[in-house]
Design a binder for this molecule. Structure first.
Ligand SMILES: Cc1cc2nc3c(=O)[nH]c(=O)nc-3n(C[C@H](O)[C@H](O)[C@H](O)COP(=O)(O)O)c2cc1C
Length: 443
């Protein structure tokens, strides 16, 4: 299938080396996550290359602080707080979308509504909120009054959280502040309203302290692929981030999401599915493969095991022989990314060690290791043949691999006519091509 002029969406997944050992590569900037000037420089490059957005993943807490040998090794969990970070970046960019995660499980929806909207106003309507429920028990540990919320309840709570945020935003209309000095009317009470939400998890009166979004509503993003995650995404998400490593399951995932969105009365064209792709670019295929092999030699297997255990809902892998076939994992532990690893192990007869090495490389995302043309070929195939609407480009080595993708892969996609050469509008919603449409509420 050709693209028929359809253009793909591109996000830059920023903050650190996505390959677990990427930070140890000689070219990696290991201080990037806390260096605002490095973030701004990379954001400007993404904007010059016409990316839809920079994306900042986040969790409330670093993971594995209670396992010193894992905590010591891992470069993850060390980025600046996304809202303050993106506020700074917004002042050095004009068109680049600003995507960030705010999880729904522990903090109240009122705060998220206010923070996201405030950033949206500061940036002139360029914000995308990545709604996740968060899989890490470490997050709960940072909130003294909260216990770790199991998956099914996380999603029930998350669904209501989103509805509260949407109600708060919708209760603020343009023109809410006439600021009429002569008449003595600062606020128009028809346009800034209370919501009186009384639900299972939240009671929120409103109104929100804020003004209407410059893009009518910040873009809603969701990441998660369990059945509960898909249900949430298909109801609310305008962009969906997903970890997919094979074409057929990726296409099935997108087909499923589009069908579910249609059931909600939504236009499937306005639900953009964006898998991640971990990238290593080489002048030759061999050079890129050598770089990937070099990274594999730097993996710490204990740390890799901790990450895999998290994806398997805490299933303990410590007693198993690294070089024996991948162990049997109980069905209840096999969800989302964990499923990708277990199925690949079965399909290809992998050992535990091989699964650990593979999961360290791309964490169940697609990996594209080759020349710019090789990588563009894969991206084009997935896009044109219905497995996605675009990608989040993830640097194996940060920021080098993303810069190489910007310099070499993006121009190739533009030459092929499948990625924009100019921004279409000013706000993220305009550039993303998803017009404002009502989101069905649950309560
Ligand atoms: C591209 C991508 C980005 C994600 N970003 C975050 C993130 O920033 N914070 C987080 O807690 N989880 C993040 N996740 C994880 C998911 O939100 C979710 O917790 C995980 O996939 C398990 O949910 P599920 O069981 O519904 O699949 C991300 C997942 C993907 C695929």
């Amino acid at each position: 299938m050709a693209s028929n002029g359809r253009k793909m969406k591109l996000g830059g997944f920023c903050g650190g080396s996505y390959h677990q050992a990427g930070w140890r590569h000689p070219a990696a900037d290991t201080a990037f996550a806390q260096d605002i000037n490095a973030w701004i420089a990379l954001a400007k490059k993404l904007e010059a290359a016409k990316f839809d957005m920079i994306f900042v993943a986040d969790t409330a807490s670093p993971s594995d602080a209670e396992i010193p040998e894992v905590f010591r090794y891992s470069s993850a969990g060390n980025n600046l707080e996304p809202m303050t970070l993106l506020a700074a970046i917004s002042q050095h960019t004009t068109h680049l979308g600003l995507g960030a995660t705010i999880p729904t499980s522990y903090r109240p929806p009122y705060d998220a509504a206010r923070e996201v909207l405030s950033l949206d106003v500061i940036s002139g309507g360029r914000v995308g909120w990545n709604i996740v429920t968060g899989i890490s028990p470490d997050d709960a540990a940072q909130y003294a009054d909260q216990a770790f919320v199991p998956q099914e309840e996380r999603y029930a709570r998350g669904e209501e959280f989103i509805d509260v945020v949407l109600k708060l935003w919708a209760a603020l209309e343009p023109g809410a502040y006439p600021r009429d000095k002569d008449g003595g009317i600062y606020k128009d009470t028809d346009k800034i309203r209370m919501i009186h939400h009384a639900g299972k998890y939240y009671n929120v009166r409103g109104p929100l302290k804020g003004i209407a979004s410059p893009q009518e509503r910040p873009l809603l993003i969701q990441a998660g692929q369990s059945p509960e995650g898909r249900a949430m995404a298909s109801r609310v998400a305008e962009a969906i981030f997903t970890a997919q490593s094979n074409f057929e399951p990726a296409k099935a995932f997108r087909d499923d999401i589009r069908a579910r969105a249609a059931v909600w009365g939504r236009d499937p064209e306005h639900v953009k599915v964006m898998p991640g792709v971990v990238i290593v670019v080489g002048e030759s295929r061999q050079e890129a493969e050598d770089k990937w092999a070099e990274l594999e030699g730097l993996i710490d297997l204990r740390s890799a095991r901790a990450r895999l255990e998290l994806a398997l809902k805490g299933f303990d892998l410590s007693g198993y022989d690294l070089d024996a076939p991948f162990p049997e994992v109980p069905e209840e532990s096999i969800v989302s990314r964990g499923r990708t690893h277990v199925e690949a192990a079965k399909r290809e007869g992998l050992t535990l060690r091989q699964v650990l090495i593979r999961s360290s490389g791309s964490n169940a995302h697609l990996s594209a290791v080759g020349t710019a043309r090789d990588i563009a070929d894969v991206i084009q195939h997935w896009f044109e043949d219905g497995a996605c609407d675009g990608f989040n480009l993830m640097p194996a080595i940060n920021p080098l691999s993303l810069e190489e993708a910007i310099d070499k892969v993006v121009p190739e996609l533009q030459r092929r006519g499948i990625f924009r050469t100019e921004y279409e509008g000013k706000t993220l919603r305009e550039n993303f091509g998803v017009p404002m449409a009502p989101i069905p509420l649950l309560g």
